[in-house]
Design a protein around this ligand. Structure first.
Ligand code: BEZ
Ligand code: FE
Length: 283
């Protein structure tokens, strides 16, 4: 049997699959996997090393540590899946990667509330408006926000099980929202496992460009998963998961200590402010 005959035979082995989509995806997977082996002339030792790598990824994966998501992220597969499914229409706010640190049941806060909940960092006032594509305000949209503290840690990476640096709030009747968060700082994706070793072997940095995560949902509109990134940050061009889009970069303007805040809150030291208007797509 030639190499091509083998590929054709394996592809054909899915001909009888009951589900059309499953058949299509599995045939394509076999074609591309075989093409990869042929193109690289993969050795048996290399294939064993790949199996050992995937086994290690499985071994380190728990409810709070998902090594396969990290692998998908650093290979750009997560962002390519976003690009294929949320191509952007030039009007709606662009999507980016969800990442592994979203938590379903975040604390609720009032408009103007603080998401820090004990997470350390420079306070940042974030505000904006949620509208539909025609500029109509979207009232009652649920906005989930989450971010790392200034040590580069998400709450789910703390030992104490406390939620911090995350919350949800709802837009007002004009689609407006505002809250206190933390000025985003760079942090490494978890790099003490096989994906970290892969990055190290490649001479790649595990750092993510500083960002603040958003998930915005409202019945009648498509859910939006995105971040905002800090304008001028040197890491924007080297995000380890390829998540940066120019349209999502925002100035976080720094105010000197003592500058009055938008809501009259007293802040020790400097603080920043950022504005992010969000356009949702119709369902
Ligand atoms: C994050 O932004 O939280 C993230 C995204 C991808 C991999 C690791 C972390
Ligand atoms: Fe993040």
């Amino acid at each position: 049997m030639t190499e091509q005959e083998l590929t054709d035979k394996v592809v054909a082995s899915f001909d009888g699959a009951r589900d059309d989509r499953f058949r299509e995806v599995m045939r394509a997977l076999v074609r591309h996997a075989h093409a990869f082996v042929r193109e690289t002339r993969l050795t048996e030792e290399e294939w064993s090393a790949a199996i050992a790598f995937l086994t290690a990824a499985g071994d380190i994966t728990t409810d709070t540590r998902q090594e396969f998501v990290l692998l998908s992220d650093v290979l750009g597969v997560s962002m390519l899946t976003v690009a294929v499914n949320e191509p952007g229409d030039g009007e709606a706010t662009e999507s980016t990667v969800l990442g592994p640190f979203f938590v379903q049941d975040s604390p609720g806060i009032e408009l103007g509330g603080d998401i820090a909940g004990g997470a350390s960092g420079e306070p940042s006032w974030v505000e904006g408006r949620v509208t539909g594509p025609d500029g109509t305000p979207v009232a009652g949209a649920r906005i989930e926000v989450w971010e790392a503290d200034d040590d580069g840690m998400y709450d789910v990476q703390y030992d104490d099980g406390e939620l911090a640096g995350r919350a949800h709030l709802f837009t007002d009747s004009e689609g407006r929202y505002r809250f206190w968060g933390l000025t985003p700082t760079p942090y490494p994706i978890p790099d003490d496992g096989p994906v970290g070793r892969l990055l190290d072997h490649a001479g790649r940095s595990p750092l993510r460009a500083p960002h603040l995560h958003f998930k915005v949902t409202e019945p009648g509109h498509r859910p939006l998963i995105t971040h905002i990134f800090v304008a001028g940050d040197p890491g924007l061009d080297a995000d380890s998961v390829f998540g940066v889009k120019d349209s999502l970069v925002r100035p976080f303007d720094r105010r000197p200590a003592g500058t009055p805040t938008p809501d009259g809150r007293r802040v020790e030291g400097t603080w920043t402010s950022a504005s992010f208007d969000i356009v949702l797509r119709k369902e």
